[in-house]
Design a protein around this ligand. Structure first.
Ligand code: UD1
Ligand code: UDP
Length: 387
């Protein structure tokens, strides 16, 4: 029997662990025996509720290797990850390295692999905010430029890559200079369909938060531009508190550890803790999050993933950013950019509060992105071997 092609499936931050579930499933179910998946965790996120919970709940194989890098400044964190990843690639000799999204884990892994001439496959390639003050924008642009296989979740992503001269090469075998750009749709849509099926959800969270039969707005907030600037953080949280009290609507916030830390540092949160309308809780599991999303009146967030999940579960979305990579949601009119402006948050709330009959077109593929990605990877590895 031919030995299986060894590939690294690299995660580190919460959304990557979640995305990897779709790939891991496709690799096991369709390509078991042909590709050997080696799960690698950088350690960027390490709290149980930011990491372990997803492995357990989503049936993701436990990491074969863990770099335990933890938190730090960008340079330190990225540098530590590169060191660890380089050693691991040299000792484990994978044929390809699979990375997700736009975090420091993505960048460090892509750079370490590319310089060792191990092909990088980038899931969620081509997204752009055109705002390089976001660390994520730097990470995703650099990762795309050293990737060999670029998997785009949207048509806009393909257009963005073409603007930077990254187009599908007709020449095989593909390499960094002659990459493959393949439109697959979004693995998060695969996940939403798979885990969102009736019976899989965890609706106990609804009772735990005492929100059954109560209208509520679901909020997440974690971008450094919002959390690390006390003016913006106060503007958003203060507006939410006022809105909740005025409109008598519950606001549910599973709080990211970064936001919790900054609220403590800025001494915010007392009035929120004492408001009967606020439910601030620790980060929730993916199945709990899905249950919260499905039952929310509407969703407010600065998260990339949560913007799309609002769409998957047919909810209007108010986005605490000036721009978004998911431009189709805004141009379609079911998401609205409000920055950190109290007036814009109010306006968007008025617009969406009672709006029914919104439509949510299938912008993100057919729910088979992960198997398209896995199939493309296998063809690439087979072809590379034969040349
Ligand atoms: C990171 C990603 C961001 C992604 C987000 C998903 C980068 C540059 N940012 O942001 O793109 O949207 O993950 O959630 O890669 N912390 C804990 N426990 C943890 C993890 C973090 O307490 O398990 C706290 C630490 O104080 C840490 C801070 O959160 O310093 C920020 O963590 P970090 O991973 O650097 O960035 P995120 O804001 O999580
Ligand atoms: N999520 C979760 N629990 C939470 C908050 C978010 O499981 O308490 C999930 C969410 O459903 C989505 C993903 O985390 O699948 C989004 O990750 P995050 O917002 O941390 O990062 P981003 O997508 O902005 O990079």
């Amino acid at each position: 029997m031919k030995p299986a092609h060894r590939i690294f499936n690299v995660v580190g931050a919460r959304p990557q662990i979640i995305k990897s579930a779709a790939l891991s499933r496709a690799l096991r179910e369709h390509y078991g025996g042909l590709m050997e998946e080696v799960m690698v965790h950088s350690g960027q996120h390490y709290d149980k509720k930011m990491s372990d919970v997803f492995f357990d709940e989503m049936g993701i194989p436990r990491p074969d290797h863990h770099l335990h890098v933890g938190s730090g400044t960008h340079g330190r964190q990225t540098g530590e990850m590169m060191r660890g990843m380089e050693d691991l690639i040299l000792s484990e000799n994978p044929r390809l390295v699979l990375v997700y999204g736009d975090t420091n884990t993505t960048l460090a892994t892509a750079l370490a692999s590319a310089k060792l001439k191990v092909p990088v496959a980038h899931v969620e390639a081509g997204l752009r905010s055109y705002n390089k003050s976001m660390p994520e924008e730097i990470n995703r642009v650099l990762c795309d430029h050293v990737s060999t296989l670029l998997f785009t979740p949207t048509r806009q992503a393909e257009i963005n890559l073409a603007r930077e001269g990254i187009v599908h090469s007709g020449e095989e075998p593909f390499d960094m200079d002659h990459p493959a750009v393949v439109h697959t749709g979004d693995v998060m849509f695969d996940n939403a369909l798979y885990y969102g099926r009736e019976g899989k959800g965890n609706s106990r969270v609804i009772d735990r938060l005492d929100i059954r039969d109560k209208p509520y707005v679901l909020v997440t907030l974690h971008r450094d531009m919002n959390t690390d600037d006390p003016g913006r953080l106060q503007a958003i949280m203060g507006t939410l508190l006022k809105l909740a009290e005025d409109e008598k609507i519950t606001v549910v916030i599973p709080l990211h550890p970064r936001t919790r830390k900054m609220m403590a540092e800025f001494r915010m949160g007392k009035s929120m803790d004492s408001s009967q309308w606020f439910r601030i809780t620790d980060p929730v599991s993916y199945l709990e999050m899905i249950a919260l999303e499905k039952n929310a009146r509407l969703i407010m967030t600065d998260s990339g993933g949560v913007q799309k999940e609002a769409h998957f579960f047919r909810k209007a979305c108010i986005v605490f950013r000036k721009e978004t990579e998911w431009v189709e949601l805004v141009s379609h009119g079911t998401a609205r950019l409000v920055d950190a402006s109290p007036e814009k948050i109010r306006e968007a709330w008025e617009l969406f509060r009672n709006q029914k009959n919104l439509d949510f077109p299938p912008f993100y593929g057919e729910g088979n992105a992960a198997s398209l990605i896995a199939g493309t990877i296998l063809r690439f590895l087979e072809r590379e071997k034969s040349t």
